[in-house]
Ligand binder design. Structure first.
Ligand code: PLP
Length: 408
């Protein structure tokens, strides 16, 4: 019998605060466990595609692998047009350009900062809105901030859960403005039984290495608007329609063949990735069950969430320690838990300076209690068990930790 592989950590006894790394003990993990460790697909399949790229000497500019990936994604997401880009931020920027969006754009404050940045860089005004109970853009709050200057709404499917698509579409239809979705997290999820990708005027997925489905770097714009897709294809390649014919303004937002090869290999692996991520999420659900003050967000089955994110909310009073103290204790153990999207777009430079009076209490409270744990398809189930053990110990020792904090 071969020896079983050595565990990547030493199981350490946890009896009192002195056993925690923040108080000088050795950490549980000697290498960090990250939120969303990147998936590494089958190497042989990837290498075979790289060999073909070398033989063809066609490295970028709408190569055969980019075309194949767009075709396969159209089938997978059941959406007429898929346009691959260098990243999601560039993709959303191209959509803004092609739709000639002007004025103010409504977006949730509780989202990744890239959207607010690109709006400001385009000379548009980001108008930050509140979250609803689902952590996504609250349609009623968006409606209250809509003005004659509003040019579009960009809503995020936070943590891969569809936001309130129907209410937001009704709002935008009434206002006569486009609805766009930041679907960066949401690959594979469904709304009303249909894969995300065909809602609003366009949706934009991130294929960054930390995402459930990735191409190392990359973006994916999906749309049912064929004319928009044509414009996007021109605009991602400097506006060129032929070798020397320029049709319109454009930038370089192309995806390379190397990135497309990674995307194709990961697309083949996606069903297994999603299954592994579900198992990781379920292990956290069991491991943290009944723990006062720490709530794990569990997406409803019907939405077919990719379960890539392990999202918890820390109630400092019930848990006995603040979210930030818990993050610090876990980080010292090599468990790189993260707050997200802290402190919120409206409180982040440089947007905070443009919104000095803006108060979004629900967003601010959320930013102060969300903590992500290492999860996704590349996480290790034995690590998850150990992470839950550490969290349970910290919860039980919260009073002693507070005392130890006081004495320094
Ligand atoms: C919600 C959200 N939107 C947009 C982005 C930007 O994606 P990209 O890095 O592909 O530009 C990210 C990246 O992490 C994200 O999480």
């Amino acid at each position: 019998m071969p020896d079983s592989p050595a565990p990547a950590y030493t199981y350490k006894p946890l009896a009192g605060p002195e056993d925690l790394a923040l108080f000088g003990a050795p950490p549980v993990f000697d290498t960090p466990r990250h939120v969303n460790r990147p998936m590494a697909p089958d190497r042989a399949a990837f290498d075979a595609m790289i060999d073909d790229i070398w033989d063809r000497r066609w490295f970028t500019n709408d190569g055969p692998l980019v075309q194949e990936l767009e075709h396969r994604l159209s089938e997978f997401l059941d959406v007429p047009d898929c346009v691959l880009t260098s990243n999601a931020t560039a993709g959303l920027d191209l959509v803004m350009h092609c739709l000639d969006i002007r004025g103010e754009v409504l977006l949730p404050s509780y989202t990744f900062i890239s959207t607010a940045h690109l709006l400001a860089l385009r000379g548009l005004t980001p108008v930050f809105c509140e979250v609803g109970a689902d952590m996504a853009l609250d349609p009623a709050d968006a409606a209250a901030r809509l003005t004659g200057r509003t040019g579009a709404v960009v809503a995020t499917h936070v943590w891969g859960s569809p936001c309130d698509i129907d209410a937001l579409q009704a709002l935008c239809d009434t206002a006569g403005i486009p609805l766009l979705f930041d679907a960066a997290h949401a690959f594979g999820a469904r709304h009303n039984g249909h894969p995300l990708g065909r809602f609003g005027r366009a949706e934009v997925f991130s294929l960054h290495a930390t995402k459930a489905f990735h191409a190392c770097e990359g973006g994916l714009i999906t749309t049912c608007d064929a004319a928009l897709a044509d414009q996007l294809r021109l605009a991602r390649n400097f506006g060129f329609s032929g070798s020397d014919r320029v049709e319109c303004l454009g930038v370089n937002a192309k995806m390379s063949e190397l990135h497309a090869a990674m995307g194709l290999a990961n697309l083949d692996a996606f069903p297994a990735t999603r299954q592994a991520a579900r198992a990781v999420h379920a292990a956290y659900r069991d491991g943290l069950a009944g723990l006062a003050g720490l709530r794990l967000k569990c997406p409803p089955e019907a939405e077919d969430n990719n379960h890539h994110y392990v999202v918890t909310e820390v109630d400092a009073r019930a848990f006995g320690l603040t979210r930030d103290r818990l993050v610090a204790l876990l980080t010292a153990e090599g468990i790189w838990a993260r707050r997200y999207f802290y402190p919120g777009g409206h409180r982040s430079p440089p947007h905070a300076a443009a919104n000095p009076e803006l108060s979004l209490p629900r967003t601010e409270a959320l930013c102060d209690r969300v903590m992500l744990l290492p999860g996704g398809g590349a996480a290790d189930l034995a690590d998850v068990a150990e992470i839950c053990r550490v969290i349970r110990f910290i919860a039980g020792a919260a009073g002693a930790i507070r005392e130890a904090d006081k004495t320094g």
